[in-house]
Design a protein around this ligand. Structure first.
Ligand SMILES: Cc1ncc(COP(=O)(O)O)c(C=O)c1O
Length: 408
């Protein structure tokens, strides 16, 4: 008896593997600095918790909502989207709409499920969030990569993108602010990308904006469709409450797009999870999104402080080749490829193999610092640091990390 070939193609999440190993070491009494977190280590704002509490007594909180989500909530989310991205949606050929799902990941699952036939190609910009290739493969799609690195400030070359678009290209995914690099693509890049995409009218665009509000240095992230609103007519935008409201476990996300696109997603979602949690949808109905700014202020300051610790410590240790300015989301990607530690693993001088997993394993064993290897993010010989930990242990962990990286 065999499981499907589809499921056999999927790799287990490296973050979960690393977390499991770190937890084992903690259980064995070791002090571990866990820098793998993809979520905040604190509770959501009290105003939102109060909204949830207030909805607990209503029968409707426990019953199915319409597949697309509660209509008033969709309307509210759509207004939030329009205002926060400063858009005029009134001149589009189709009205814009919204579907509420069980998280941003679920929205992406819906989108790829609705778009892909076997053999269709999806262009990803590496480093990318590790779930994209797996979801694409699950739906029979083929991943095509455009690589960038620290020297390009992790911005993919527009010429490289153009060179890879062909008649099989179904979609391109843009994730800004970006997991795992913590950068947002610049205004110039977004403008150039908009100009480029105006030439390729048969390609869908998927903009994953789950970290939209989490920028700790100005400017606020901008998007290609703000430079050419016609692109909205073939774009899906994914957002949700996981990151900005510190609610990863409540599983609620949303996707914006032209009404006919959202109807197709609804068809897919209707036969998978039906609707998203009614309790959480109802709790968002009267939630004032403008409170987010005050809630996020100390959080952004904390992320900025930890990002500065990484940068200054690397600069002081003369590891300037791994130095860049992260601005958003809550990650920093460390390039091991020029560090002395890589020589412990290299078989010969020009060995280009990826040792990220081995390096991360060794850091955890020798110094108790857990990072996520960049391998699954399409970034060989790198490791992802999460910036959410408390300042003092975070600073200690970074110093240990540097001590390890400069040893050979
Ligand atoms: C880039 C990116 N997109 C989407 C998601 C999924 O978020 P959600 O919890 O809403 O499913 C994550 C979660 O880590 C992410 O990093």
């Amino acid at each position: 008896m065999e499981f499907s070939s589809r499921i056999q193609k999927i790799t287990e999440s490296a973050t979960f593997k690393l977390n499991a190993k770190a937890s084992e070491l903690v259980d064995g009494g070791e002090k571990i600095y866990n820098l793998t977190a993809g979520q905040f280590p604190f509770k959501p704002m009290p105003e939102f918790v109060d909204q949830i509490r207030g909805e607990l007594n209503f029968l409707k909180s426990y019953q199915y909502s319409p597949v697309l989500g509660i209509p008033e909530l969709r309307k509210k989310l759509l207004s939030y989207f329009r205002e926060s991205r400063n858009l005029d949606l009134s001149n589009l050929s189709e009205p814009y709409d919204c579907i509420v799902s069980n998280g941003g990941k679920h929205s992406l699952y819906n989108i790829f499920g609705a778009l892909l036939d076997p053999g269709d190609e999806v262009i990803l910009f590496a480093p990318y969030w590790l779930s994209y290739p797996e979801i694409i493969k699950l739906h029979g799609g083929k991943v095509v990569l455009v690589r960038s690195n620290i020297y390009d400030h992790f911005e993919p070359s527009l010429d490289d993108i153009a060179g890879l678009i062909n008649e099989n290209t179904k979609a391109i995914v843009i994730n800004s602010p970006n997991n795992p690099t913590g950068i947002s693509y610049s205004d110039e890049w977004m403008k150039g990308f908009a100009e480029l995409m105006a030439n390729y009218k048969d390609v869908f665009l998927i903009s994953d904006e789950i970290y939209f509000s989490l920028y700790y240095y100005d400017p606020k992230p901008s998007y290609f469709y703000q430079y050419d609103s016609e692109l909205l007519e073939r774009t899906f935008i994914v957002d949700g409450i996981s990151k900005a409201l510190a609610c990863t476990g409540l599983r609620l996300g949303y996707c914006f797009g032209p009404k006919p696109y959202i109807e197709v997603l609804s068809k897919f979602q209707g036969q998978t999870t039906s609707c998203a949690s009614s309790l959480i949808q109802r709790s968002l109905l009267d939630f004032d999104f403008s409170l987010l700014e005050t809630y996020l202020k100390p959080i952004k300051s904390h992320l900025r402080t930890n990002a500065e610790i990484v940068r200054y410590s690397f600069r002081e240790a003369n590891l300037s080749h791994a130095w860049y300015q992260s601005t958003s989301a809550f990650y920093y990607l460390i390039d091991f490829s020029q560090m002395p530690i890589i020589n412990v693993f290299k078989q010969e001088k020009d060995d280009q193999s990826d040792y990220a997993e081995k390096i991360c394993d060794l850091i955890l064993e020798k110094f108790g610092v857990a990072l996520v290897p960049g391998t699954d993010f399409g970034a060989p010989n790198t490791g992802r640091v999460s910036l959410v930990a408390e300042k003092d242990p975070f600073e200690e962990a970074i110093l240990k990390l540097i001590q390890f990286l400069i040893s050979d």
